[in-house]
Ligand binder design. Structure first.
Ligand SMILES: C[S@@+](CC[C@H](N)C(=O)[O-])C[C@H]1O[C@@H](n2cnc3c(N)ncnc32)[C@H](O)[C@@H]1O
Length: 277
């Protein structure tokens, strides 16, 4: 609200609803959305953010949507230092990252804490699509798993994940592997108690390999995009994959863990595969 008030005072001629009311803070970078008609004012808007928050060193404008093979977000620095590398702290974990080259969203912080709280002592956990490592590291920090393996195909994100493992020295039950999860996971020849598929666009392509690696009674966390008010499509995807593999699923819950535009939710379906009871 402080930012909104400052911008309204600075640009009285602009309809207030068109001005940004906030930003995502990743380390010392502010990521802000600015509507196209305010493009000529973006440097001044960036300067207002820097003036208001002394620990922010970079203001970057969203220049599009998450996309591409590695789900990166197009960003452009509009004020402050000319860089998109930073160090972010979340759920008592330190994460080094480069927003120009990897996916990272601060909006999943609560979801990561939710999953970490579900992990039981002694579990083997696989995180498919682990990015710079937030899910594995936060699980490793807050739960007592036997092991957590993160698999990521963006080589830059994987390098950051390994760096982040070294940066969080007391976490000793996590490892990261580089490559396409469809190739890496089967080669581990291991059964997991819990598998996360953190790829809300196209994650269904990873369901077959995840189901092969999940022990009977194990838990799947499947992230997906779902039209608001339409609760069945995500479950349909997991059910179809289970049918193909001759397995059954017991949905436990669907958690809404974000928004993607006004009509689409980011959801996580938690399901037990081949539940015995
Ligand atoms: C939505 S991001 C999630 C990253 C991370 N889990 C997080 O929460 O910050 C999806 C990630 O999946 C990776 N990815 C996409 N397809 C993959 C695949 N087949 N195998 C492994 N990683 C993949 C992308 O490079 C990207 O880093």
């Amino acid at each position: 609200m402080e930012l909104k008030r400052l911008l309204i005072a600075r640009f009285p001629e602009i309809v207030p609803t068109r001005l940004p009311s906030g930003f995502d803070r990743v380390g010392d970078i502010a990521v802000v959305g600015i509507t196209p008609e305010l493009a000529s004012l973006e440097r001044e808007i960036g300067a207002c953010i820097l003036a208001l928050h002394h620990t922010i060193r970079v203001v970057a404008k969203r220049d599009g949507e998450y996309g591409g093979e590695y789900r990166t977000l197009p960003l452009r620095v509009i004020s402050g230092e000319e860089r998109l590398t930073t160090v972010h702290r979340e759920n008592s974990v330190t994460l080094h990252l480069d927003l120009a080259q990897v996916y990272f969203s601060v909006r999943s912080a609560h979801e990561r804490a939710r999953i970490a709280a579900l992990v039981q002592p002694g579990e083997r956990v696989a995180v498919l699509c682990s990015g710079v490592g937030p899910f594995p590291l936060i699980i490793g920090r807050h739960s007592r798993p036997r092991e957590v393996i993160g698999i990521e195909k963006n080589p830059v994100a994987h390098q950051y994940a390994q760096h982040n493992l070294r940066a969080n020295r007391s976490i000793n039950n996590v490892c990261f592997l580089e490559g396409d999860a469809r190739g890496v996971l089967p080669n581990l020849n291991r059964q997991f108690d819990r598998i996360l598929i953190v790829l809300p666009h196209g994650g269904e392509n990873l369901l077959p390999c995840a189901l092969d690696a999940l022990r009977p009674g194990g838990t799947l966390h499947f992230y997906d995009m779902q039209a608001k008010g339409c609760s069945s499509t995500t479950q349909d995807k997991v059910e179809a994959a289970c049918r193909e593999k001759g397995r059954s699923m017991e949905p436990v819950q669907v958690t809404i863990c974000g928004h993607c535009g006004p009509t689409v939710h980011r959801v996580c379906l938690d399901a037990v595969i081949d539940a015995t009871e």
